[in-house]
Design a binder for this molecule. Structure first.
Ligand SMILES: Nc1ncnc2c1ncn2[C@@H]1O[C@H](COP(=O)(O)OP(=O)(O)OP(=O)(O)O)[C@@H](O)[C@H]1O
Ligand SMILES: [Mg+2]
Length: 328
């Protein structure tokens, strides 16, 4: 295989959180993640709230300092670069966030919102910038582009605003986009349309994506590979079709079981969904951190030592003692 575009190597990100009135302690938001993303590849990261998805995406973009490990982009270790030198790398990447109301400045016309990253990075003269902005608006189907360019965001719907954020990303002609829950805050009717648009742009411009989502069903739809995170760790990873068809980790199985069954006739047959809440990373359980919620918990094993992520089938990795064959 050719060199990956993005390479995360044993990446750890700790945050310091306050404890009591005076103390503080650190939590492992991302706890040793290794992941490659090829040029033009779409990798989805799924997991419940607090599992470290956003932090992982920010680390991949060099937006958060890694506590340990390495982030490489196109064979350059960006995590080792001084802040200033990271700028050159950053212009080849982009991010689309969850909330188009927060990520789009309400006081800027659509044109200026999309042009802003070009201005920040000093790309093109005014005429070239105008061309690129109108093209990006056209590409995300905000048409006629010159008309939309002149509008303030309060005249745009949630779905249209999210297209504007996508245009803002696209205008940089990035090779890599982190899309963090890009469709979760738009109304259901726009969701499929937005995903189809992202897919079309991804294919047309051969953009690599890290697609972050709670929803394993859209991950299956959008991504070639799925990475399942639990409390900062990857517990399962593989081809999207394999993960959804034959999930190996009890956590992944529970995530899939909790996807609402669209056909009411099948609803009764559904397996029980995930019990309890995700634990607080400040007091992460010992051993496999999923063990207190796991239907297949094996006492004397799972709570003692963290299972290692192993390739148990071709390109299908899982960290679970149920799938360790070389130990008694
Ligand atoms: N800047 C920060 N300071 C302190 N703790 C943080 C910070 N950012 C994230 N965390 C903590 O790190 C953990 C992982 O957070 P993160 O936002 O990456 O999770 P997530 O999987 O994206 O969750 P969600 O699905 O809710 O967006 C959480 O416990 C969160 O509270
Ligand atoms: Mg998040």
């Amino acid at each position: 295989m050719s060199e990956p575009l993005v390479r995360l190597e044993d990446v750890k990100v700790d945050f310091s959180v306050r404890k009591g009135l005076f103390g503080s302690e650190s939590i492992h938001a991302v706890d040793g993640v290794t992941l490659d993303i090829a040029a033009g590849e779409v990798v989805a990261v799924v997991g419940e709230s607090g599992s470290g998805k956003t932090t992982l995406g920010r680390a991949a973009l060099g937006l958060v300092r890694v506590t340990d490990g390495h982030v490489h982009f196109d064979n350059t270790e960006i995590s080792a670069l001084p802040r200033k030198a990271q700028k050159a790398f950053r212009r080849r990447t982009a991010a689309v966030f969850q909330d188009p109301f927060a990520s789009i400045d309400p006081f800027m016309k659509a044109y200026d919102s999309v042009a802003e990253p070009l201005v920040i990075h000093g790309i093109g003269n005014e005429r070239e910038r105008r061309e690129r902005v109108l093209q990006a608006l056209h590409d995300v189907r905000l048409r006629p582009a010159p008309e939309i360019a002149d509008k303030y965001p309060d005249l745009l719907s949630g779905g249209q605003r999210q297209r504007l954020s996508i245009a803002r990303a696209l205008v940089m002609q990035p090779q890599f986009i982190v899309a963090d829950e890009p469709v979760s805050m738009v109304d259901a009717s726009s969701r499929a349309e937005l995903l189809a648009l992202l897919r079309e742009l991804q294919e047309r411009f051969n953009i690599a994506f890290l697609y972050i989502t709670h929803d394993i069903a859209t991950a299956r739809h959008f991504a070639q590979r799925i990475v399942v995170m639990y409390l900062g760790c990857v517990v399962e990873m593989g081809q999207a079709a394999d993960i959804v068809r034959s999930p190996l980790h009890p956590y992944t199985q529970a995530l899939i079981a909790s996807v609402p069954e669209p056909d009411p006739a099948n609803r009764l047959k559904q397996r029980p969904s995930l019990p309890g809440e995700p634990p607080n990373p400040v007091n992460a359980p010992s051993g496999c951190s999923f063990h207190p919620r796991c239907a297949a918990f094996m006492a004397g094993r799972c709570e003692l030592k963290t299972p290692v992520l192993r390739e148990v089938e071709p390109d299908h990795y899982v960290a679970c003692y149920l799938h360790e064959t070389d130990e008694p």
